[in-house]
Design a protein. Sequence first.
Length: 704
Amino acid sequence: MKTSDLKLNDRSGFKINLLSNLNYYGNLDTKAFGYPVKKIVSSTEYEELKCISYHPKNRALRATVHIKNQSGYLGSHCNSGSYEYVRFYIDYENNGNWEDLGVSSFRIHDIEDHKGLCYGVKLIINPKIRKRCSEEPVLPNVRAILSWNVEPPVNTPSYKPVWGNVKEARIQIAPKPQFQIPPIFDNPIDVSDFINPVIGSMPELSFPNPMVKISELKKKYKNDVDEARLVTMALKNVNTNFSLKDIIKSKKQFEIAKIDISKVLDILKSPKFNTTYEELKCISLNRKLNEIHADIHLKKSSGYSGNLCSSGSKEYVAFYMDFGSGWEFMGTSSVTVFDINQIPKEGLWYNAYMPVDLTPHQKKYCKEGKAKIKGILSWNTPPTPNAPNFVATWGDWEVCDVEIKPLPKGFLGLKNQPWIESLGGVDTEIINTISGLAKGPSLMANSIVADYSPFDGNVYVTGKILNQIPVTKYKIMIKEPGGVFLPFNKKFNVNVTTFNTILGTNSSVNIEQTPTGDFYDYIPKSTGNIQKFVNDDILLKFKPTDFGIHELYIESNTGEQSETVRFMVDKDAPKVAIEITSGMGNCGKFSIGDVVEGTFEVKNDTHLDYLKLSLAPFNPAGTIQTTNITSSDITVSSGSLTISLDDKDSSLDYVTGTWKIDTANLPACGYTVHIRAEDRTIVNSTTVGKHSGSVSVGFCLEAA
């Protein structure tokens, strides 16, 4: 048998081998998991994590994964394929204290006729540490773990995948929002308390930089920044669209600064890619969200037009795609960067992104589409549009092949036909068409991994209308439990981002969607160089009020309909109770050596996820034991103080049992026994486990 066949067997039989031995491939600790059968650890033969980056304003972590082979991914698009998981960790203090941020993922298939494909993943985060711009910058380390077909375990930053790899990158967290104020004030005004709670972020409020003399820039940066870079920086403040005449007019300034203008003119007249300060390292397509993104590596501490309390400068990226007939200009985007004296030796990583409408290029179910993408990086000045061979003075370009997702199964591809992409924060592909429960990774920009999960709270519905005309409208039809389909006609807000694809700027604003005759406006995608995108392609936000199966579909104003999505709503939170039944009962006194006994129960929730019993304060000498659990469907795993119960039987809504604690080795103290239960409901389209119940009961332990 060929070596390649052996490796393919290790792909097709991967999970079966792990069932026989969790450490079959030797990527786990032998003391805890036993000895391996063969050694495959962090193999990048099939997939490799290439880049990690961050967009400070949008709080978006992104990563680029390179798919290298045409097979080994468990089937074509006509099959279920497999998953590529990327779990992110963050270390705010760069001291090895990693915090789990969650997991993102995408589905991958066997795809013929390619020499490598670039896939993007995205995870929105909420940084816990932010400081004023005048304080030390927050420059955490981010670790990402790529793992094929097995989700990296939570809170395990040292995990080594069998197939995949681990990569790290330093990023910059945006400072607290503030006004940039005239120098008569000593300090910037912190306006963190004035953030609009609806929008959730502050607009970029700053006074424009005054005209900067080249001599002042040279004095400020000394010899740390190239003279040509200083000239570009100064001319940016005079006129964005500067010409050689502007340079000649500034001759006196060059003489004062003792700059050789002839050398500067040579660089600006005949630019060659220069990656001394920044470099475009990766480019990819997030095929689920239809976003191109570019990973940008900043290498220097200065040369970016100002610190975090200034307007800084922009790294522009012009995006192109080739669908088979040459490069098409998709637009220019940007990310703001700054001088940061504390930049680590490994540099900082930023990303720029551009949503793209690829519906005209999506093929029918089972037929994958392919295209090329190109990003052109240019510091300080947007690249010339519709110029795929543009060479920037500062920057470079990157090219990669990508996959365009096919249309859903059974989708006819009619003009103005709606298409539901996700519901309740998860891809509709993972929602069971009968039970209405979701199972699997969400595939959206969140860390949801559904486990036979229903929905509650604010349910977001995302999707598109295929090949829409500019005035397309749509209505939402919903059937509640026991009812009939009725149009949804309530107001809701969406966040719309407008891109100027020439200038590379963008801005976001909340828009209220108000129905007219049951129909909502489908916001146009583009008008000339102005492109509008509803963030996350949200078509509906609503809050169901009834428990049970709901159904939903979208209809355009020309009569075309989407598929119908069936989903379960669970509005119940588990109710818990715990009692001490021995001795003096609740709040009673016990002597060291007594066995404290009691009962517990959980009820009122048919989608229970887990139940935990714990003793506080923590003491490793204590042990909680449970007996007489009511259901044989529950598996019990116990530690020294905690007992977890996992229930995946959706019909179970009542669990009881008894517990006991041997106090022989516990010190005299006041103790509480705590019970907590959570269900599997996805709440507000973002989180699993918000439905919970908890209660405690106490006792006093005295010396005998």
